[in-house]
Design a protein around this ligand. Structure first.
Ligand code: FAD
Length: 365
């Protein structure tokens, strides 16, 4: 039977959208060329974070939706909170502004002076002037969160077709590599490969590295991110690094982060990893004593203006996009899914769709 909606891509964005669509009563099929998590979702850090930029409303709503998922602990959700760490007095002033913006979205936060920061995270360098605690931020284990969303979608009635590559959009559905077709409305959620099916939407892969340490008795309790992190996100073209460290429940630490544009080689770049670790040691000197057990990279799907494409593609009938979530797709998968289904069912939703309208950046076909 032909479905109402064909979701292409079983990454975190496609999985969340399939769950929301199925729960809204749409017959949904998810098609995946490889296996779930084969794309960037399998390489991500799983920090569920409210960012103080153009994604503030979407990320804040997404956190609410993560918390509201039934049995969300199945995604290895843990409420660690985030501490944004200032290096300078200017950083701390910026964090005070961030706190005001968060409050406007009803997000609780608490400004910390140097002594309070030390009390909460004694491994941090002693010369740091303070930070901002956002207690409701959380972490998930991204592959587990994806498996959880897919399982929820399947229990709600969605079907999953693995190992089926979509080679083109037919106008009323999709054509697979083996020549067979499927009819229905289409949601393209293929991450960094989005432009292959929708060449009018520019997406550039942005490489990032993560390091995971051995299990050890680090005393870090919160996700720690340096206050300058957002500057590195919004500097396309430059190779940037920022301290971003996540304590895993098993005692390991996930250590990031880096951003490089214009690179296709998925191999580890030793120079950028060394720069990244030097930055991390500036904030967490004791981390020098930990051994890394694995380093890997992934490609964030980046758009020219840093905002995802969420909505219908003009001129293509019932073809929709959920693409270009860069470094925030695990966080914003839930809000993206809600927004899409609201748009599909012509419901007035909680998030303003205008900033994410794919029409804003479409290239001539
Ligand atoms: C180092 C690093 C750290 C990160 N940390 C975080 C973090 O802490 N928090 C956060 O929120 N985000 C983080 N991210 C970003 C996050 O991982 C991504 O934004 C998110 O995973 C994007 O998911 P997606 O579903 O859009 O894409 P993907 O996971 O890439 O899924 C797309 C799927 O589509 C499939 N596919 C592609 N083409 C076809 C086709 N033609 N037919 C069928 N299937 C197809 C692929 O196989 C893939 O499985 C991080 C990313 C990196 C690289």
């Amino acid at each position: 039977m032909n479905p109402d909606l064909i979701v292409i891509g079983a990454g975190i964005v496609g999985a969340a959208a399939a769950l929301a669509a199925t729960q809204a009563g749409l017959e949904t099929v998810i098609v995946e060329s490889a296996v779930p998590g084969a794309g960037v979702t399998g390489a991500g850090m799983g920090h569920l974070v409210i960012l103080d930029d153009a994604l503030l409303a979407l990320s804040a709503r997404s956190l609410e939706l993560w918390r509201a998922l039934p049995d969300h602990a199945g995604s290895e959700y843990r409420n660690t909170g985030t501490i944004w760490v200032a290096e300078t007095a200017d950083d701390l002033a910026g964090l005070a502004q961030q706190s005001i913006h968060l409050e406007a979205q009803n997000v609780t936060s608490r400004l910390l002076d140097g002594a309070s920061l030390q009390a909460l995270e004694p491994d941090l360098a002693r010369d740091l002037p303070g930070g901002l605690l956002v207690p409701d931020d959380a972490i998930v284990y991204a592959p587990k969160a994806l498996a959880y969303l897919l399982e929820q979608a399947r229990s709600a009635g969605a079907r999953l077709l693995l190992g089926r590559r979509v080679t083109r959009l037919t106008g009323g559905g999709v054509r697979f590599a083996d020549g067979t077709t499927l009819t229905g409305a289409v949601l393209v959620a293929t991450g960094s490969q989005g432009s292959e099916l929708l060449p009018e939407l520019p997406i550039a892969p942005r490489k990032g590295h993560l390091v995971v340490t051995e299990r050890a008795s680090a005393s870090i309790r919160h996700q720690l991110v340096e206050a300058g992190y957002l500057r590195t996100v919004h500097e396309p073209g430059q190779a940037t690094v920022a301290m971003n460290v996540q304590p895993r429940p098993e005692g390991q630490l996930l250590v990031g982060s880096s951003r490089e544009s214009g690179i296709q080689d998925p191999g580890v770049s030793p120079g950028i990893v060394a720069r990244m670790l030097r930055r991390v040691f500036r904030f967490l000197p004791t981390l020098r004593e930990h051994s890394a057990i694995r380093i890997w990279s992934g490609f964030r799907p980046a758009t020219p203006d840093g905002l995802p494409y969420i909505g219908r593609i003009p001129g293509r009938g019932q073809v929709w996009a959920a693409l270009g979530h860069e470094g925030l797709g695990i966080t914003t998968a839930t809000g993206t899914a809600e927004l899409l289904v609201d748009l599909m069912l012509e419901r007035r939703g909680r998030i303003d769709p205008a900033p994410f309208d794919p029409a804003r950046r479409m290239l001539a076909p």
